[in-house]
Design a protein around this ligand. Structure first.
Ligand code: HAM
Length: 434
């Protein structure tokens, strides 16, 4: 029989790495709470139309990368429906915002999420078909201040703080403004005209994009095209006064908060809903897939999917990429357990073995309830085997044989110092915690 494996682009996360995932998520939740964000959990699949209208029919995500299927009706009262595994979560959050009429509260909604997303991309280091995002969105009616450049700067300052608290050093914040929908339309025309004389010297993708979606030319990574792209007109020259002013205020607030950034005129991002501020945080250690996170403003998204005017800004971090970065940075071995309890029995005497194993379980329970991390061996192990097993996972070994059981005094050996100590049972928890 052929053995079944995890599907290409998906993977199992195993300990000890999952401890790192948990630490990242706990740190993110703690930071989000300090900035007054609450958690939202939306479904993993949605009506396909949400992504087509929200993210944009012409984007790579929607046109090539979605997992979509026809969900057949199971009863006469049901219609069949095209469903899609979410490739990102902003459209789902905005759908929920509209569906639950959150705008009617008149307040800014500050929502965060942690969970899997699905894109049928070519798998490589840092790029998977199921990956996890930690993201947040700030959205609300304009009267709640949702359009203010202060919101953009605050989100970026929060991200800088979160990355610092996660212990990720050496990130770069790239920032740009793609202006309003009108600014973008104007820039598209400027770009299309500028590409006419040079497109034939560019890669095939760019030749196609020059006609269908000129903005996407700026994403091209083909080395030979770069000098041509760098010389193209910049989007900053196509912004109207209001957009320029908005962006200047975002940058001024970042300067005041001392959040370092690099202006990147080519950062237009691959999703259609963006307006004004767009950004990415990159990290050199990641290789080709170097974006730790991306985000921006989406002032027209709610209306594009049938909702009220609800400007917003948000981001999503690639959790897989945060883990890769931290694994590459961290050289410290994972924390060891407080102790390994080694019951020492006589494998040939079943009654004695049962008694010593049971006593060891009772001791382990006592210590775990006192808050200590404990691994429990087995009375049938030879002492050497217990020592080897203990040394791998714990700082100390506690020996529990017939003598120890009778006297209530346990033998504890510390692996780092090599010292052996006799400790009365009543003092054991305090001793191991030290
Ligand atoms: P995005 O740039 O498509 O934006 O994805 C955000 C981040 O998710 C990327 O920077 C990357 O770290 C991670 N990511 C994307 N695709 C993969 C993949 N195949 N494997 C591993 N990690 C990946 C969005 O998704 C927007 N919804 C962000 C946003 C929120 N904009 C406004 N609000």
């Amino acid at each position: 029989m052929t053995t079944l494996k995890a599907v290409r682009g998906t993977r199992d996360l195993l300990p000890p790495e999952t401890a790192l995932w948990n630490r990242i998520e706990a740190t993110a939740r703690a930071v989000f709470a300090r900035y007054n964000f609450g958690e939202i959990r939306t479904p993993i699949f949605e009506d396909t139309g949400l992504f087509a209208r929200g993210v944009g029919e012409e984007t790579d995500i929607v046109s090539k990368e979605m997992y979509t299927w026809e969900d057949r009706a199971r009863a006469q009262s049901e219609k069949s429906q095209s469903l899609t595994l979410r490739p990102e979560n902003t459209a789902g959050v905005v759908r929920a915002y509209i569906e639950h009429k959150l705008g009617e509260t008149g307040q800014l909604q500050k929502l965060y999420y942690i969970g899997p997303q699905f894109r049928r991309e070519r798998p490589q280091k840092g790029r998977y078909r199921q990956f996890s995002q930690i993201g947040a969105e700030v959205i609300g009616p304009p009267s709640a201040g949702s359009e203010s450049p202060l919101r953009d700067a605050e989100v970026l300052e929060m991200l800088a703080t979160l990355l610092d608290e996660l212990g990720i050093s050496g990130w770069t914040l790239h920032i740009n403004s793609v202006g309003s929908a009108q600014d973008r339309a104007r820039y598209n025309d400027v770009l299309r005209a500028a590409l006419v004389p040079i497109a034939s010297q560019m890669c095939e993708d760019c030749q196609r994009r020059a006609v269908t979606n000129p903005l996407r030319v700026l994403d091209c990574k083909v080395p030979e095209d770069q000098h041509l792209i760098d010389a193209l007109p910049k989007i900053s020259d196509s912004l109207d006064e209001a957009s320029k002013n908005h962006f200047a205020q975002v940058l001024a607030a970042l300067d005041a908060a001392q959040v370092p950034y690099t202006r990147n005129h080519r950062l237009v991002r691959g999703l259609d809903y963006y307006t004004r501020t767009t950004f990415e945080f990159t990290h050199g250690g990641l290789g080709a897939q170097n974006a730790l996170l991306g985000g921006g403003r989406y002032d027209g998204l709610s209306e594009a999917i049938g909702g009220p005017k609800a400007p917003g800004i948000g981001f999503a971090m690639g959790e897989d990429r945060l883990v890769l970065t931290l694994l590459a940075q961290e050289s410290a071995p994972p924390d060891k357990l407080h102790a390994f309890i080694a019951p020492l029995g006589d494998a040939k005497n079943e009654q004695a073995l049962t008694r010593i194993n049971a006593a060891a379980l009772a001791l382990a329970r006592e210590l775990r309830r006192a808050g200590l991390s404990i691994e429990l061996g087995d009375g049938s192990f030879r002492l050497k085997k217990s020592f080897e097993a203990a040394d791998k996972v714990a700082r100390r070994i506690v020996i529990m044989g017939e003598d120890e059981l009778a006297s209530g005094i346990l033998t504890v050996k510390d692996f780092a110092s090599g010292t052996q100590t006799k400790v009365p049972r009543a003092e054991l928890a305090a001793f191991l915690a030290g």
